[in-house]
Design a protein around this ligand. Structure first.
Ligand SMILES: NC(=O)C1=CN([C@@H]2O[C@H](COP(=O)(O)OP(=O)(O)OC[C@H]3O[C@@H](n4cnc5c(N)ncnc54)[C@H](OP(=O)(O)O)[C@@H]3O)[C@@H](O)[C@H]2O)C=CC1
Ligand SMILES: N=C(CCC(=O)O)C(=O)O
Length: 452
């Protein structure tokens, strides 16, 4: 990475030297620091008070062994993490990811992104993330439970409703949150809002399940309206992923008058020219926890394709809007060029860091509306914060009340990004706008709280 500012160059080079193997983390930091060039130039205090070198270093990293016994009686060992990145504006807040690809670099990139995402929501939540290299695929409910209990036995020593509030992410849904909550309560003998994404019978919030996917669409709708005076109505949409974010992005896209025609999992993808049958997708993915091939078997209009390296997958089709909702770096420069050549109008990131830097540059160069993850997918954590509010006041809001707040937050996030980009002469660059708008509140708090 090359910066105009010698200060930023020094900070980044030092970080790279200390974390050379953490490619995902360095990718996330590089994008943010690139956006902050004009902010650092205009605010010498940031260098004087070492704000940048402090914000790129986690306040705390917890790594721990997770031992559990599988259904065959065999002892299994996994690695657990919680990165408590930044608490300047609130308790650490961020998901838990269970996936074999989890390592410190992935958790640090997710935690770093979470700082600015959470700031953009305007709610009092800091940035954190955790998880484990445990693979939930093919595990029985009882194995999932035993892993979650073992994982929370350690994690419970480090979290709390006013300290650190985990939630779901890849591989962590309502089932896993429930098992973790039960273990936490057993160990700490307290009933609090220490986790979000809880079940409705024990403090969960209506609309949290839908929130991330709905929020991506609310953000995109506001971006389309403000920048192009258009909307989802009548548009064709490509979605990647087939999990929590993807399913509810598809559902909301339909509600806004669009036709989603693709989804994907780690085995393959679906192209359904008649539009994805979202109820069937929920049955296959949420109930049966099966592969997408089962969707195609039950849907004559659908094509199922095994995932092969180098293929464009869901990005090869002529669509107006693309919503990557699977995982990091899933959409590369070649995929971006395919979408651009097919006339894509807008891309919004439901997943965390799903587009490679080269793909982002290609979209921006081609004038495609681009909604970055930390802004577009903030609906999940925003609604988690609304769950925390409900827990604090021991009340339960209606779906409509939560959904209305969510829509307002997402529209507000778009305008914060738009305004910040314009303020620094980068109109239409919502990547820069999101990074700047998210950073400024956290930096103000860090300066006010002294060198800590
Ligand atoms: N849940 C939330 O509240 C939020 C999630 N996000 C982000 O959204 C994305 C999806 O998360 P979520 O929907 O919650 O997770 P889920 O576990 O519910 O779904 C993940 C989906 O992505 C697919 N996937 C995961 N890893 C890969 C991979 N390496 N290659 C191809 N496909 C993959 C999964 O397929 P398979 O089942 O085959 O593994 C599955 O279809 C992640 O980037 C997450 O960080 C962002 C904001 C909030
Ligand atoms: N996985 C999430 C949701 C985190 C949360 O709800 O605390 C994310 O924002 O990436």
């Amino acid at each position: 990475m090359n910066f105009k500012s010698s200060y930023l160059q020094g900070v980044y080079d030092g970080l790279e030297a200390r974390n050379a193997e953490q490619k995902e983390f360095l990718q996330a930091v590089g994008e943010v620091l690139e956006s902050l060039e004009p902010v650092v130039a205009a605010n010498p205090k940031l260098e004087e008070l070492g704000v940048i070198e402090r914000i790129v270093e986690p306040e705390r990293i917890i790594q721990f062994r997770v031992s559990w016994v599988d259904d065959k009686g065999k002892v299994q060992v996994n690695r657990g993490y919680r990165v408590q990145f930044n608490s300047a504006i609130g308790p650490y807040k961020g998901g838990l990811r269970l996936h074999p690809s989890v390592n410190l670099s992935v958790i640090k990139f997710l935690g770093f992104e979470q700082i600015f995402k959470n700031s953009l929501t305007t709610l009092p939540i800091g940035g954190g993330k955790g998880g484990s290299d445990f693979d939930p695929k093919g595990k029985s409910d009882m194995e999932i439970m035993r892993f979650c209990q073992a994982f929370m036995t350690e994690l419970s020593k480090h979290i709390g409703a006013d300290t650190d509030v985990p939630a779901g992410d890849i591989g962590v849904g309502g089932r896993e949150i429930g098992y973790m909550y039960g273990q936490y309560k057993r160990l700490r003998n307290e009933f609090t809002g220490v986790l979000t994404g809880k079940g409705l019978s024990y403090g969960g919030s209506l609309a949290r399940t839908e929130a991330t996917g709905y929020g991506v669409c609310y953000f995109t709708q506001e971006m389309l309206k403000s920048a192009k005076n258009t909307s989802f109505e009548g548009k064709t949409v490509a979605v990647s992923g087939a999990g929590n974010v993807a399913i509810y992005a598809i559902q909301k896209a339909y509600q806004l008058g669009a036709k989603p025609v693709t989804c994907s999992d780690s085995t393959g993808w679906i192209y359904d020219p008649e539009g994805i049958d979202v109820d069937l997708l929920k049955e296959v993915k949420e109930v049966k926890r099966a592969r997408l091939s089962e969707y195609a078997a039950a849907r004559p209009s659908a094509e199922y394709h095994e995932k092969k390296n180098g293929e464009h997958g869901v990005w090869q089709y002529k669509v107006d809007i693309a919503l990557p909702c699977a995982t990091q770096n899933e959409l590369d420069e070649n995929d971006a060029k395919m979408l651009i050549d097919n006339g894509v109008l807008a891309v919004s990131e439901g997943a965390n860091m799903p587009s490679t830097p080269e793909a982002v540059a290609a979209f921006q160069k081609a004038g495609v509306l681009f909604g970055p993850a930390k802004a577009a997918n903030a609906g999940g954590v925003a609604t988690s914060a609304l769950e925390m509010s409900q827990n604090s006041e021991r009340l339960h809001w209606s779906f409509e009340e939560v959904d209305s707040k969510l829509k307002g937050i997402m529209e507000g996030i778009f305008h914060a990004c738009d305004d910040a980009a314009k303020k620094y002469g980068m109109e239409g660059n919502y990547v820069a706008g999101a990074n700047i708008a998210g950073f400024e509140k956290v930096a103000d708090a860090m300066i006010a709280q002294g060198i800590a």
